[in-house]
Design a protein around this ligand. Structure first.
Ligand code: AMP
Ligand code: ZN
Ligand code: FE
Ligand code: FE
Length: 290
């Protein structure tokens, strides 16, 4: 089984890279990718554990792009120390620090007695993502679930207007992945909430930047979506990938590695990883980036 979209404590996941690999093995995974948000710091530990467990491992990343709220680009096969990717990660980390300050003030101004110390109990003082804040709000008894925290505070128009951090454009993200010898894939198209026409238009815009694939199989994609994304992949000659977006039950309680939600990821086969391996090899050989 294949799962090419996993988060660890290197970003906003609940489990360490080693724990995620152990759980993947337990769930029957044969090929995995760690795709933390805007960081590569989990890759080494994950790779080492994957090797111990006999799992095929793709070093990955998930880059948030500026144009839309959930426009995320997955990068596979990246050299994690490549300057292009490290520059993006460095910038992302600085922007996240600034956002943490703003988000604390935003919540405090709403009368919530939340401090940096409270958040540090959840993220060990490391990189801070919105899920860390959501979990802190649950711990403080402000909301009863992570999804309530997102609905009430972390995805509101006011949040996006006044708190959200600066992000690189999709073009910059794709180029950085490409320059690091990686293959860029559009993550969870469903979360963009676009019409079929709008999504097709976006894909037409991203392909010239170097986009090579689309995450057709995803925990939140139903049969209709899978069918449409698959048709886009065929029409534009894109790679097809499969990922759960596992973060651990404290963040996304319904999502399991390799299973997605209620076993809806079980459509992936060896051809997928074979094609991805070939594309990565070709990318590394050509070094051709826009
Ligand atoms: P950030 O990159 O720190 O802005 O946080 C983005 C993360 O928040 C992504 O992993 C999303 O999957 C997660 N996220 C967004 N909306 C929700 C939600 N309603 N429930 C749980 N996680 C969410
Ligand atoms: Zn996340
Ligand atoms: Fe994402
Ligand atoms: Fe993700």
């Amino acid at each position: 089984m294949i799962d090419l979209h996993l988060h660890t404590t290197a970003s906003d996941g609940q489990y360490s890279p080693r724990e995620v690999m152990l759980r993947a093995k337990k769930m029957g995974a044969t090929s995995v990718a760690v795709t933390d948000h805007d960081t590569t710091t989990g890759i080494q530990e994950a790779r080492q554990t994957a090797e111990e467990l006999g799992l095929e491992f793709f070093p990955g990343i998930e880059i948030s792009a500026a144009e839309e709220a959930e426009l995320h680009i997955l990068g596979y096969g990246i050299a994690s120390d490549a300057p292009s990717v490290q520059a993006l990660c460095q910038n992302g980390s600085e922007e996240r620090k600034k956002r943490t300050e703003k988000l604390l003030r935003f919540l405090q101004n709403k009368g919530i007695p939340i401090t940096l110390e409270d958040v540090k109990r959840v993220n060990d003082g490391k990189t801070s993502g919105r899920p860390h804040f959501a979990r802190t709000l649950v711990d403080l008894g402000v909301v009863s679930s992570v999804s309530e925290a997102f609905d009430q505070y972390l995805t509101t128009p006011e949040y996006y207007e006044t708190v959200e951090r600066k992000k690189p454009t999709a073009q910059t993200g794709i180029r950085a992945i490409c320059q690091a010898g990686g293959v860029a894939v559009l993550a969870h198209p469903y979360l963009l909430h676009k019409s079929s026409e709008e999504l097709e238009q976006l894909i037409q815009e991203l392909i010239p930047y170097g986009l090579q694939g689309i995450e057709v199989y995803y925990s939140k994609h139903g049969a209709e979506e899978r069918k449409f994304y698959l048709s886009l992949a065929k029409r534009y000659g894109l790679l097809v990938t499969c990922g759960s977006d596992f973060h651990g039950e404290a963040v996304k309680p319904e999502i399991e590695i390799c299973r997605g939600i209620g076993n809806n990821l079980c459509f992936c086969d060896e051809t997928m990883t074979e094609n991805l391996r070939k594309a990565i090899k070709k990318q590394k050989a050509s070094q051709n980036c826009t």
